[in-house]
Design a protein around this ligand. Structure first.
Ligand code: C2E
Ligand code: MG
Ligand code: MG
Ligand code: MG
Length: 286
């Protein structure tokens, strides 16, 4: 470790070396342990299509079910996994787990599409497309079993390499959406080149759009922009009827949020689909 002396006289460590601190080394070891001992779990949050109020897709959101600390949300370990490179192992686990779940749902006549979150670091991995091919072959999966959510900022980290990887994934028939749209500074010229099908408006614009006219204008313009580019548009973070109504009025294609459901464990989601007034409907991918 390279220690340096701060003005106050205390020894401080170079923040660049943060990943090597004792605490982080043990977090990394714990994460490895977690993956080997089935402590990671995917929860699924439905997406509702506004044209007929049906559900054909769910987003997989990871949780760490820690034996002592309880449920740990992704914000508490995904950024760390990204900074250490361990995210590659997690992403592979997520793809495999989602395919496994989709296979199980196939057998229960519940062929939901599962969207998975891909991180910036994954996009820099030129092997990502072959990881997909290999796992999809293993599960005899069709491309519409999965869709990918990639944040706008992840793409903008290294737009040129990202575009290459995205194009290869697109050729395999995977659908893609730009997650957290509106927060990532992409230019419209660049956006036009991306092989994506959908824009997902970031929840920071949705949460308060009923009271904040600026947010409402941004949301309305984003929906129009997406449609003019031939993309479908989904809003995340919808928490009440008023927001739902406003989005429907603006012509948004789909919504996701606590108003419909929180992310649920697979078994809970299955029960919920049977008892709630929201209904599953297979998407025929025309
Ligand atoms: P995201 O992909 O943008 O997911 C949306 C987040 O908003 C989720 O938080 C979701 O539970 C939450 N959310 C959904 N509806 C509402 C709502 O109505 N109100 C509010 N306030 N929040 C809502 P979560 O599950 O904690 O995930 C946080 C982020 O962690 C995700 O943001 C995604 O970037 C990342 N993440 C989650 N799972 C994975 C994963 O498997 N791999 C990777 N690389 N990242 C993941
Ligand atoms: Mg997402
Ligand atoms: Mg998002
Ligand atoms: Mg997000």
């Amino acid at each position: 470790y390279t220690a340096k002396r701060s003005n106050s006289g205390y020894v401080v460590y170079d923040p660049a070396l943060k990943a090597h601190t004792q605490q982080n080394l043990s977090l990394l070891a714990e994460l490895r342990h977690a993956i080997e001992h089935d402590e990671l779990k995917l929860y699924y949050q439905p997406k509702v299509k506004l044209k007929d109020n049906t559900i054909s897709e769910v987003e997989a959101l990871i949780r760490w079910i820690h034996p002592k600390r309880g449920v740990i949300p992704p914000d508490q370990f995904i950024p760390f996994a990204e900074s250490t490179g361990f995210i590659g192992i997690i992403t592979e686990w997520v793809i495999q787990q989602a395919l496994h779940q989709r296979r199980a749902w196939q057998e229960k006549a519940l062929p939901l599409t599962i969207s998975i979150n891909i991180s910036a670091r994954d996009l820099l991995n030129p092997k990502l497309p072959s990881v997909f091919s290999e796992l999809m072959n293993r599960y005899q999966a069709e491309p519409h079993w999965l869709s990918l959510e990639i944040t706008e900022s992840a793409i903008m980290t290294d737009p040129k390499s990202a575009l290459e990887v995205l194009n290869q994934l697109r050729i395999k028939g995977l659908r893609m959406s730009i997650d957290d749209f509106g927060t990532g500074y992409s230019s419209l010229a660049y956006l036009k080149k991306l092989p994506v099908n959908e824009l997902k408006i970031d929840k920071s614009f949705i949460t308060d759009m009923e009271n904040n006219p600026d947010d409402a204008v941004i949301v309305r313009s984003t929906i129009d922009l997406g449609h003019n580019m031939g993309l479908t548009v989904i809003a995340e973070g919808v928490e009440n009827q008023a927001t739902w109504d406003a989005l429907a009025h603006m012509g948004c294609d789909a919504i996701q949020g606590y108003f419909v459901s929180r992310p649920l464990a697979a078994e809970t989601l299955e029960n919920w689909l049977q008892t709630s007034h929201w209904k599953f409907k297979e998407d025929h991918h025309a």
